[in-house]
Design a protein around this ligand. Structure first.
Ligand code: SAJ
Length: 434
């Protein structure tokens, strides 16, 4: 049997995607060197520990670090395959212009150590054309290398785009089992990247060109945003008509070709609320639907704030518990969270009457400082608070039986308690507020 030389891999950016990806590649037997700008992150990983919360990631990282397969540093070193997984936010310029500076900075640092035969894969969600932009930046930094699409000779370097599409909370499982789109700057680049992903991905890997793969990733998240916007708009309509949106959706979804998603307090996280803007920005005249969906989902946050504020004002004697701060259920990720925005606004408006229940947070985020709001546990909330505002559908909240919340005034943005009787006072208040 032919013994195979495994590529040495470098993962640039050790965040929510980069670290799990580095660990999975290491578990497949490859030597992985992770690069991050944060010395704290690097030190944590080299100790075999992790700086983010993700199911089963701690044990995996500990194992591969102990076996010498994963190590981290702040400076890029030579490798055979470079995987770039750095953030791509948008500028706060009112135009939501994508900021690809981290990608280009990563590419420039990789350029310094590149040698003929290397492969670079960009995984960060990126506007269409970024992979080619990255290629151009490398070409400028390394005129000694033949880069794909810019030369008639066989290029020295392969460059591809392969977006991650994993769900926080299920990252390790989805990294391996999800299908992957692999877009090469040229077909040869796609084949080189495919051979690499085949080493650790069980899902089907489909090759395409880089621009199509970039757009595919954006489309996936915009599709979800538009569909959540439909559910959120329905919830606002239902509020105005005095209907129970959950009941209407449950019944409509009995239709064999209808599958409406769930309304919530808005759309959070750093993907679905961001990526649609990359499409809008690339084609502003052709994207009224995608743009409107963003507006509907952001507007839902303000709808919730207005209605909950009216409810709190209508019950001046009651203590109020906000259940959840995370951007979605059962995770400790509070970035771009509508729940956090709603709770913080209430804390500023109503001060010490507001209590926050968030089992995934050791302490309240900074914006709660000086508001008077306090963090309590779910048992205390059920004992002491007359008004319960459900902002996140954590399992621990879902499991509270009716007996423990009967007699409370409840505003449930997630529909976790379908059996909750509508208090007369709440109905009256909400009608007035609406
Ligand atoms: N949400 C609703 N109603 C729903 C579903 C979600 O209000 O019916 C809200 C959630 O509460 C949350 C937000 O939307 O605030 C986003 O949550 P999510 O679970 O839909 O998605 P993310 O942001 O955790 O992960 C998404 C995924 N994309 C798709 O499902 C198309 C994931 O596969 C991507 O890898 C990830 O974005 C990413 O990194 O781009």
């Amino acid at each position: 049997m032919r013994s195979e030389i495994l590529p040495r891999v470098s993962v640039i950016g050790l965040g929510y995607i980069g670290l799990p990806t580095a660990a999975i590649i290491a578990r497949a037997g490859m030597h992985v060197y992770g690069v991050d700008v944060s010395q704290t992150v690097v030190d944590t990983i080299n100790r075999g520990a992790i700086h983010i919360e993700e199911v089963d990631l701690d044990g995996l990282v500990q194992g591969v670090v102990q076996r010498g397969l994963l190590r981290a540093g702040t400076e890029v070193e030579p490798a055979d395959v470079f995987v770039i997984a750095v953030p791509t936010p948008f500028h706060t310029d009112g135009q939501h212009t994508p900021d690809v500076s981290y990608v280009l900075a990563a590419a420039e640092s990789v350029a310094k150590v590149l040698k003929a035969g290397d492969t670079i894969v960009l995984e960060s969600t990126s506007p269409v054309g970024t992979t080619e932009q990255m290629r151009d930046a490398i070409a400028a930094a390394r005129p000694d290398l033949a880069l794909p699409g810019l030369t008639d000779v066989t290029p020295d370097i392969a460059i591809a785009y392969c977006p991650e599409r994993v769900l926080p909370g299920r990252i390790l499982e989805e990294l391996i089992n999800n299908d992957r789109s692999i877009g090469g700057v040229t077909p040869r680049c796609a084949r080189k990247a495919l051979a690499f992903y085949k080493r650790f991905v069980r899902g089907t890997c489909i090759t395409t060109d880089a621009r199509s793969a970039e757009m595919t990733k954006l489309v996936e998240n915009a599709y979800r945003d538009v569909n959540i916007a439909f559910a959120n708009e329905l919830s606002i309509v239902a509020d105005a008509m005095g209907l129970d949106v959950w009941e209407v959706i449950r019944l409509a979804n009995r239709h064999p070709r209808v599958n409406i998603l769930s309304p919530g307090p808005g759309v959070g996280g750093h993907c679905i609320a961001v990526d649609p803007w990359f499409i809008v920005n690339g084609a502003p005249e052709q994207t009224p639907l995608i743009r409107t969906a963003r507006g509907v989902n952001d507007g839902k946050i303000h709808h919730v704030i207005a209605r909950v504020s009216a409810l709190v004002e209508a019950h001046p004697q009651a203590q109020v518990a906000c259940l959840g701060l995370a951007f979605k259920a059962n995770i400790d990720d509070f970035r771009e969270s509508p729940a956090r925005l709603v709770a913080a606004t209430l804390a500023r408006r109503f001060g010490k009457r507001i209590h926050i229940v968030e089992p995934y947070a050791a302490e309240l985020p900074r914006e709660f400082e000086g508001t008077g709001a306090t963090q309590i546990d779910i048992d205390t909330a059920l004992e002491d608070c007359g008004v319960l505002i459900v902002l996140v559908d954590h399992d621990v909240f879902k499991s509270v039986p009716l007996a423990e919340r009967a007699g409370k005034v409840v505003y449930d943005t997630r529909g976790i308690w379908p059996d909750q009787p509508k208090a007369e006072a709440e109905v009256v208040t909400l009608k007035r507020a609406g």
